[in-house]
Design a protein around this ligand. Structure first.
Ligand SMILES: Cc1cc2nc3c(=O)[nH]c(=O)nc-3n(C[C@H](O)[C@H](O)[C@H](O)COP(=O)(O)O)c2cc1C
Length: 323
């Protein structure tokens, strides 16, 4: 599948997740072969443009092409300026977030709240597409609530505005993350437009990815939470979709090396203080996925310095290997 000049190397895309899909995690996931890894969202508010956090989110050093940056906002001109800035910083794809359900985002009518204002959706998409020379993509939910599933209308607006790929998370804003994602609306979107459609929501195994693509007719899948604590899953899904072949689990030594490398990369990227804090949730996800009891990893989450966190984790992994 292509997004403008870029042919995706895999039918799997890593979902943007604020607080998770930073540069260290995206690099790791790219190594396991995802076709695209979208950055955490960047607010279009001008006063945040030069904020340290914004610069970190737009950082793509050492990441393979195409590099995608997601932007969020309500004002067409601010969104256009934000997209131009992201392009100047090296973004090769601009993704627009109209799916975020967070209260603090929806309160200012951004994210999934925009789905209630189709006129504004058209204005934002047109302004951003005209502002940059790189492809612009869009991520939405199926609608605001189950009585207002307008994803098909939004998809047509997006196609008319020049959007090059549309991701649909199979839940409404009202659903938050509860209940199961549904793929009928994604199928209806796929039938309604000719731009590539990405299916997203609750995809957590190679077989599920296959079923979702078969059911929806979507071109590729996007995976978020299932990649937490097991980035290798993305490669397993990609291989299965491409050839029907089920890759075996990575060897224990590979997993241990990846976990340590990830934690070290977080310490380097954020600096020791913030790095230790941000690494905690990843450590927990990794060790939970390995089936370790909380009593085993909880003490690790109390450690305050990068060296203590790294060494304790290395010791734990080593002890497990030797056991
Ligand atoms: C912690 C977290 C942060 C998220 N941040 C974003 C975001 O910044 N932009 C966005 O479009 N979606 C965001 N999402 C939604 C995901 O991209 C995705 O649509 C959702 O998790 C459903 O996919 P999944 O079931 O594979 O996780 C976030 C989800 C989670 C769990």
């Amino acid at each position: 599948m292509r997004i403008g000049p870029y042919a995706l190397s895999s039918p799997v895309i890593l979902a943007p997740m604020a607080g998770v899909t930073d540069l260290p995690f995206r690099r790791l996931c790219r190594r396991y072969g995802v076709g695209l890894a979208v950055s955490e969202m960047i607010s279009s508010r001008p006063q945040l443009r030069h904020h340290r956090r914004t610069r970190q989110r737009a950082d793509h050093r050492g990441e393979p092409e195409p590099r995608a940056v997601q932007i969020l906002g309500v004002d067409p001109e601010e969104m256009a300026a934000c997209a131009r800035n992201a392009e100047a910083l090296g973004a090769q794809i601009i993704d627009i977030n109209m799916g975020c359900p967070a209260k603090k985002v929806c309160r200012v009518a951004a994210g999934s709240a925009l789905l209630r204002d189709e006129g504004r959706v058209a204005a934002i998409l047109t302004a951003v597409v005209q502002a940059v020379s790189v492809p612009v993509t869009l991520k939405i939910r199926t609608g605001w609530d189950p009585a207002h599933r307008n994803a098909v209308t939004i998809a047509r607006i997006a196609e008319d505005a020049g959007i090059r790929m549309l991701t649909v998370h199979g839940r409404t804003r009202a659903c938050g993350f509860s209940g199961a994602a549904e793929y009928d609306t994604i199928a209806a979107v796929k039938r309604a437009v000719s731009i590539p459609v990405v299916a997203n929501g609750d995809i957590d195994s190679p077989e599920k990815a296959r079923r979702v693509l078969d059911h929806s007719g979507a071109d590729v899948v996007m995976i978020g939470r299932a990649a937490q604590g097991q980035p290798w899953l993305l490669g397993q899904v990609g291989a299965y979709l491409a050839s029907g072949r089920r890759l075996s689990e990575p060897a224990w030594t590979e997993k241990a090396a990846v976990i340590l490398e990830h934690v070290q990369a977080l310490h380097e990227f954020y600096g020791p203080q913030a790095g230790v804090r941000i690494a905690r949730k990843h450590i927990r996800w990794y060790l939970e996925r390995l089936g370790w009891p909380a009593a085993c990893w909880r003490p690790l989450l109390q450690l305050e310095t990068a060296a203590a966190q790294h060494d304790a984790l290395a010791g734990l992994l080593q002890a497990h290997r030797a056991a």
